[in-house]
Design a protein around this ligand. Sequence first.
Ligand code: UDX
Length: 440
Amino acid sequence: MNNITVIGVGYVGLVTGTCFADLGNSVLALDINKQRIENLRQAILPIYEPGLKEVVERNIHADRLRFTTDYKEALKDAEFVFICVGTPEGVDGEADLQYVRMAAESIAQNMEHPLIVINKSTVPVGTGDWVANIIREHQPKPIPFAVVSCPEFLREGSAVRDFFNPDRTVLGSTDREAAHRVAQLHLPLRAPIVITDLRTAEMIKYASNAFLATRISFINEIANICEALGADVKEVAQGMGYDKRIGHHFLESGVGYGGSCFPKDVKALAYMAQVHGTNPQLLGAVMDINKIQRKQIIIKLEDMLGDLKGKTIGLLGLAFKENTDDIRVSPSLDIAEMLHEAGAVVRGYDPVAAENVARSHAFIQLAEDPYEMTTGCDAVVVATPWNEFKSLDMDRIKKAMKQPVLVDGRNLYDPARMREMGFQYRGVGRGFKGGGSDLQ
Ligand code: UDX
């Protein structure tokens, strides 16, 4: 059993702290938000994440997971301190490090014995050294500490499963012994552990996210070419994926990537590259293609409906992806905004994100279920690939719509089947105009 403190109980902090507690460690999770901590003591979670609540409850009950807002208490018995605070996007695309700075200063001011400080937040290359300097400068008296970078690779919607089944653990530090002690913490996860220097570990995180974003933009570009040439991108991706050098993951074309990581991290990496005098051409193209993918949906709607002014368009799914209530940089909401600007009436349905959308996008008329949402619509756009959309009663939907126009931004449906049912169907990259192949 190790004494672990986690600073910040957003996605990363809450999942990391809870799962380390579940591995038998004693975890104290700190956040400066009092209400959040009060709620967590009663197992009320600030986020929706499948399976997390049960693990939180189990570990609170076993007294392995506790919560506090007090830094003195949080650091009193800690051996390992994980910094898991947010690093939002700054004005120019650089990461905003104010919360990391606050955490580092508070650690410095409140630590009373040697500590290993582990950074999990995605931070610009070089931040580990910067954090070490801040701690050194703010300590009332010198106490030894080490800084280790341990980037997280959790995906929202499957974060608990991802924590217990990582592909690898990456650790970077100038202090090898500290890195080895953090490696010990991760041994129960039985994944390969890469130990390297601080900057390389920080770069691994950016390079990994940028590579995955590149795969998505790549397949989206191929999708657009497929539409021009009459090929089906879903089958192209399948055919490519059997090549072991390529693999099947992250080759789903659609409305482009969203969420709190890929858009921010690709931009931040490009910014870092530019500031340091290199020209990140590929990253620029990845971001441009991602923007175009959202626009394509509007172009398809205009192609089928003409002027969108006054037309009622329904969005199936509002979260940035399935199994989450997270709406940060949601492609669906980008599309909603474009539709709103074009003068359309925008409706929406999402199984869990509706509450968040009601707070941020008052112009979207939210419905209680997909059938209510689609009734009277001039067009429906599939914007988030929730499982429950895969077997909707499409006949009922078609009959209730004003016009049977269906733009499948996530390629959930079979184009031929939808056309047979009488829909004017457009997918992404599925034959001429995204409408299906000529194979009958
Ligand atoms: C991502 C990384 O996967 C994770 O390792 C990192 O820690 C945080 O960022 P997340 O943002 O939760 O995780 O979601 P992910 O499943 O990676 O999807 C990101 C976006 O890409 C979503 O908008 C998703 O819909 C989209 N996507 C994903 C595609 O459009 N096509 C794909 O093939 C895969």
